[in-house]
Design a protein around this ligand. Structure first.
Ligand code: PLP
Length: 432
């Protein structure tokens, strides 16, 4: 047996834990916005590895940077100083957020969120309520998604994510998204933070309204609450701005205290981070907020290693240099307008910002198809499978929405191709 070349497709079932319902294609290589399977069948990748592949696949500059760094230095411990970590932190503070602050590096989105949650807990102990009790309650929102580790899963207000895992981490209160009155009703003297996504992705691409974000800001100020922005899916350019919330409101109306990122920042290489505002928050010794966690309070063996940081530094440099956030806004608007102009009875809306779009499917039209009825699938899974037959990859979000999370460097001709592949997929649905 040759361990490196022998292969049997049954091994996926036999040896890999069954935590995913996988689509039956084997993707073997990628080039730009296209993926190719083991039969060399080509797919236009509007899924982007669920918002990860911000520069598409095999971006030559990025591959060169990774290979150079891999053969120079992959890993050293955070016991030592790491040049690319410092460079990446500067870039995130000065060119992404553009508000003074500091960064902590992790390996994924859920870990970045764990860090923000730990930070909020520490804040609630440092600044207890009027009775001297630590504040532990973090308000999150129905339909949110923050990750699969215990704190992030507990922050996620979705029953299906919690089911059959026993007791959750205490200290989360769930409010209705975009509902100011409900948010107000959930704030009490135990509350320490509000954690939210600028667009809820997993539950169907639902953007926060400008009014809601500015009211979050006002309430946070009034009750001394931290605002934790989960930008794991929407961050670093996807919504048309490097600072995601600028696609919805400006800094005078909303400014986060902490922000988590992952996905697009590594362009395919695992990395996550959270940023902490340097504002004064009446902490002991007049420490700025970003210095609340001192040595020994939090850590990660791999987080911020030279290979991950160099990759992310190069990826973000390309996004900034080539203004790919503007391209995301342009191509996103094109896709939105042209999908809507297909006037398909299978589609009731297209919502979202930049290249984070939700194509809202119409379950009633799907129900008229005999083939669909027999499939017993949700409209989103059914559509996703039919699109694959036409060489198009999209991501289901809930039962009735498919997401477009394309590379930020999607070209105009690729966006045109996307429309024609949508059209072909919709034509097949009509005939089934
Ligand atoms: C908004 C949001 N937060 C957190 C996560 C978790 O990120 P990861 O899968 O990298 O742990 C995701 C993943 O989809 C996400 O979309």
């Amino acid at each position: 047996m040759d361990r490196l070349t022998d292969f049997n497709p049954d091994w996926m079932q036999q040896y890999v834990a069954g935590t995913y319902g996988r689509l039956p294609i084997w993707l073997e290589r990628g080039q730009g916005s296209f993926l190719y399977d083991h039969h060399n069948q080509r797919y236009l990748d509007l899924a982007g590895g669920v918002a990860v592949s911000s520069l598409g696949h095999s971006h030559p500059e990025l591959c060169q940077a990774i290979s150079k760094q891999a053969s120079t230095l992959m890993h050293v411990s955070n016991w030592y100083c790491i040049k690319s970590q410092a460079q990446l932190a500067r870039l995130l503070v000065e060119e992404v957020v553009q508000i003074p602050g500091k960064c902590f590096f992790s390996n994924s989105g859920t870990e970045a969120n764990e860090g923000m949650i730990k930070f909020a807990r520490r804040y609630g102990i440092t600044k207890p309520n009027v009775n001297g009790k630590p504040r532990e309650q973090i308000i999150t929102f129905q339909g949110s998604f923050h990750g699969r580790t215990f704190a992030s899963m507990s922050a996620t207000a979705q029953e299906k994510i919690h089911a059959n895992f026993g007791s959750l981490l205490s200290g989360f209160t769930y409010a209705q998204y975009n509902d100011n009155a409900d948010l107000i009703s959930k704030i009490n003297d135990q509350t320490v933070a509000i954690m939210l996504e600028p667009i809820q992705g997993e539950s169907g691409v639902i953007p926060a309204t400008p009014e809601f974000l500015s009211s979050v800001q006002q309430l946070a100020k009034q009750h001394d609450l931290l605002i934790l922005l989960d930008d794991v899916q929407a961050g670093v350019g996807r919504l048309g701005h490097m600072a995601s919330w600028h696609a919805i409101v400006d800094d005078t109306l909303f400014q986060p205290d902490l922000i988590s990122w992952a996905k697009s920042m590594g362009a395919g290489f695992p990395i996550g981070a959270f940023w902490i505002n340097a504002r004064q928050a009446q902490l002991p010794d007049s420490l700025p907020l970003c210095d609340l966690l001192g040595p020994g309070s939090h850590g990660s063996t791999y987080g911020g290693n030279p290979l991950a940081c160099t990759t992310s530094l190069n990826a973000l440099n390309i996004i900034l240099r080539d203004q790919l956030y503007l391209n995301a806004a342009t191509q996103g608007q094109y896709l939105k307008t042209h999908i809507l102009s297909l006037q398909s009875p299978f589609i009731s809306d297209v919502r979202g910002l930049g290249l984070m779009l939700g194509v809202v499917l119409n379950p009633e039209t799907f129900a008229t198809s005999l083939e669909y009825q027999k499939s017993k699938l949700t409209p989103s899974i059914y559509f996703t499978k039919k699109a694959i037959d036409h060489g198009l990859l999209v991501v289901p979000a809930g039962a009735d929405v498919v997401r477009i999370l394309a590379p930020l460097n999607l070209s105009s001709s690729e966006a045109q191709l996307a429309i024609s592949l949508f059209q072909k997929t919709l034509a097949t649905l009509s005939n089934s």
